[in-house]
Write a protein that binds this ligand. Sequence first.
Ligand SMILES: NC(=O)c1ccc[n+]([C@@H]2O[C@H](COP(=O)([O-])OP(=O)(O)OC[C@H]3O[C@@H](n4cnc5c(N)ncnc54)[C@H](OP(=O)(O)O)[C@@H]3O)[C@@H](O)[C@H]2O)c1
Length: 261
Amino acid sequence: MSESTRIIVNGAAGRMGQALLKAIAEHDDAVLSAALVRPGSTLDGKSSGIASTPTYTSVAPAAIDFDALIDVSGASGFSAALQLAVQRSVAFVSGSTGLDEFQMREMHRAAQVIPVLWAANFSIGVVVLAHLVGEAARLLPAWDIEILEAHHRHKRDAPSGTALMLGQHAARARDIDFPDPVADRGGSRIEGSIGYAVSRGGDVVGEHEVRLLGSGERIELIHRASDRDIFARGALKAACWLSGQAPGRYGMTDMLELGRA
Ligand SMILES: NC(=O)c1ccc[n+]([C@@H]2O[C@H](COP(=O)([O-])OP(=O)(O)OC[C@H]3O[C@@H](n4cnc5c(N)ncnc54)[C@H](OP(=O)(O)O)[C@@H]3O)[C@@H](O)[C@H]2O)c1
């Protein structure tokens, strides 16, 4: 393996892809091997405009070696990227959200032969938030939990992958089933239940608020991302770390050595 981690980015022309290309260009220990765009994209062969970065391509060149693939193409590009990582036996990092059960199973199977890290959110602050949510949910089992999230107008999935992940942490901490995120919100609320609220618009990078609501008091835990670069830096750090790991499923908590929150 070379000294720098050689990385392919899938979904390179998107918002996250662009942030990643910039992060890799600024990083001393990583180098971009290829910037993958959607097959048939008019960007194929064009420059990303970021200095010392390969032109966009819709096919990973067979002659190019790489150590890790970072997928930020969303649910539509995820499976092909995972397949490429398995074929080339490299570490696979994905932040794509809105995946279906089949894709989650594909990822589970791939983890038997390559290291796989999927995270709905690459921010270190959100990893800590999830940990705090789990603790609070466990200590206050009867309090209602409301998870509110806001994102830019282009986001395709709702509730966000991060909101669902926070709900899973709370449910796991309470040892209850994961709540249906699209359950009817009408009528009175079952005590201790977990609900979601979604806001979309403008250029909001990502906000998550977890309210724990008791009688006469409440706790609010909030994370606001103001810059997409935090996700790109987290994904890049994850790729550099993951390329040295054995096959298996990993999360951001493993990389940060926080233990499974
Ligand atoms: N984990 C995190 O921290 C984190 C943070 C932010 C966002 N995300 C997630 O990352 C994903 C991307 O977000 P974004 O805001 O960057 O979206 P975006 O701006 O829409 O970018 C997605 C890019 O992927 C491309 N793409 C689609 N299908 C593809 C395929 N089959 N092969 C290669 N490229 C393909 C799209 O091309 P076209 O435009 O041609 O369709 C687009 O350029 C979403 O699922 C989002 O929820 C994760």
